[in-house]
Design a protein around this ligand. Structure first.
Ligand SMILES: C[S@@+](CC[C@H](N)C(=O)[O-])C[C@H]1O[C@@H](n2cnc3c(N)ncnc32)[C@H](O)[C@@H]1O
Length: 264
């Protein structure tokens, strides 16, 4: 029976087997200025916000808020927005960008998923956008539920890959992929919560290169140093089908889960 399956344990096993190393705070700090320099909005963030039911919601908690990708898009529709993140540099970007918008209703909370959240405010709506690759998904869902008065929305990887698996294979990093949204759906189901499910597609992070050389440069910037062998494989892959190469292979798919808070 489905109820015999311990999805919390299966998720942890999958994460371990994927070989993923947790990203330290310093790695997120290092990306904060670049992410904070991007204009607010964009296709992913707009798609996320357009799927929210904000009725009767006046306060919002944005978990893993980064530079305020979602929270800042909503601060003019909320009485108060709280952005929670473990990266001080991301929170600096959130606060700087809120000031630029003239928003005085945004508060930053320096906190990790793994720490106690006793003093984190309970809000009408809680979102966790592209920030759910946690060590303990069951605990993360419990925290989201405990802090939501009305609704929760979360995006998780669909398919378990940040890049086209074909490109991962070229780089000899095929692996089994990361755990995706199916675990969260099942963990919610086990709590009697029937989440809605929708998908947001975004261009590959490797999209936009106009030549094989530019493609290799982009891949190096995003993936880190590549061996000569890896670089020439990527260049050959691009040259075989430049149109697909310009798209950076398959687009990324995020699963968006939404549900009524069990406490609502
Ligand atoms: C991919 S970014 C997403 C940012 C934003 N929500 C978005 O959709 O653009 C992931 C964010 O989660 C934060 N994060 C990662 N692990 C975390 C943890 N264990 N506790 C709290 N925040 C974490 C990172 O610092 C980063 O700002």
């Amino acid at each position: 029976m489905l109820s015999d399956i311990d999805f919390a344990a299966r998720y942890r096993q999958h994460l371990d087997a994927s070989g993923r190393q947790p990203k330290p705070v310093s790695a997120w700090d290092a990306r904060a200025a670049e992410l904070g320099a991007k204009p607010l909005g964009g296709s992913y963030a707009n798609a996320f916000v357009s799927r929210l039911d904000l009725s009767d919601c006046h306060t919002l908690l944005d978990v893993g808020c980064g530079p305020g990708t979602i929270g800042l898009l909503l601060c003019d529709r909320m009485e108060h927005v709280y952005g929670l993140d473990h990266s001080p540099a991301m929170l600096e970007q959130l606060v700087r960008r809120a000031a630029e918008l003239g928003a005085d209703n945004v508060t930053s909370i320096r906190r990790a998923w793994e720490e106690p959240w006793h003093d984190v405010p309970r809000c009408d709506i809680v979102v966790a956008s592209r920030a759910g690759l946690v060590d303990d998904l069951d605990d993360a869902l419990a925290k989201l539920n405990a802090h939501a008065r009305r609704r929760v929305y979360m995006t998780q990887l669909a398919g378990g890959h940040f890049l086209d698996p074909e490109i991962d294979a070229l780089l000899e990093r095929p692996g089994i992929g990361l755990p995706d949204h199916i675990y969260a759906l099942n963990l919610l189901h086990a709590r009697g919560i029937y989440a809605t499910l929708d998908y947001i597609e975004t261009p590959s992070r490797l999209a936009g290169a106009e030549s094989a050389d530019a493609f290799v440069q982009r891949a190096t910037r995003i993936l880190g140093e590549l061996s000569n062998e890896e670089a020439s494989r990527l260049a050959a892959w691009y040259a075989r089908d430049p149109e697909r190469g310009r798209r950076g292979g398959a687009s990324m798919r995020w699963a968006m889960l939404g549900w009524e808070s069990p406490g609502s």
